[in-house]
Design a protein around this ligand. Sequence first.
Ligand code: CU
Length: 331
Amino acid sequence: MESNKSCCSASRDTASQVHTDTSTPTPAAIEAPSPTKDSIVSQALDKSSMIYLNGGTFLMGTDDQEGFPADGEGPVREVTIKPFYIDPCTVTNAEFKQFVDQTGYRTEAEAFGWSFVFHLFVSEATAQKVKSAVQQTPWWWVVEGADWQHPEGPDSNVEERWDHPVIHVSYQDALAYCKWSGKRLPTEAEWEFAARGGLVQKRYPWGDELKPGGKHMCNIWQGKFPIKNNASDGYAGTAPVRAFEPNGYGLYNVSGNVWEWCSDWFSPDHHIKAKRVNPTGPSSGQARVMRGGSYLCHKSYCNRYRVAARSKNTPDSSTGNIGFRCAADAQ
Ligand SMILES: [Cu+2]
């Protein structure tokens, strides 16, 4: 499988190539997010609901034949990490609302005035206003007015989805939330350590079989991508953050549901020679690591719901299938 064949996400820079309406930016599009991350006042860190993990040495990455070597999934290597805390779930709409209510924070999607929405979720009325899509991945539509509170466009809301992951949040938005909550994003190595749940070199957080005993273990795509999602796992879009069984460490939905931002810059090969004790990724880059896959991933196209799979996006990008989970130092 080719590494660039991906349902995973879309980047703002790819949209600008096809966005036909750039000549007259709206005031919203030129306004910066507000307030800036620096001015956000941190709350006292509450670790009571977080999972403490002892760290240690584990086998990171995979040489799985079903994988995407070009993504830098391999080689399998011993990586050692120090103890840390991680949240059992990705940040929910309810939690993000609390943050926004207290700080007045405005996400990048709101500042740009648009975000990427998967085509099947867009209403007919909104679809008529859509002017552009991503050429390589035409199921990603540029939807004006799509943001975390309006995930499918201005005529949608999250009223029935407060316990679903917040989406349409960029890496920068995730950092702002982390600052407010006193937490941080996990490193890619921490994320994989936690996602494996104590299992060694298994394909998924629960083992090697996608559907043990025919049972759905995560929220991914069933049917024919990108046309028909049978949703036989119960969900066409996001699922509540505590849907499905947690892994051995108590983390929910590390595979599928939404992509999760990690703190590392992405590189397909930096890790081959990099230090293997508390690795933090390259010192610079263009895109940040995302892990876990999403409700759009399907084996026929992009089986990046495997626990060693990797993807990336630019720090200002937001889509309807990217969220994040927080971590914290153990001290
Ligand atoms: Cu995917």
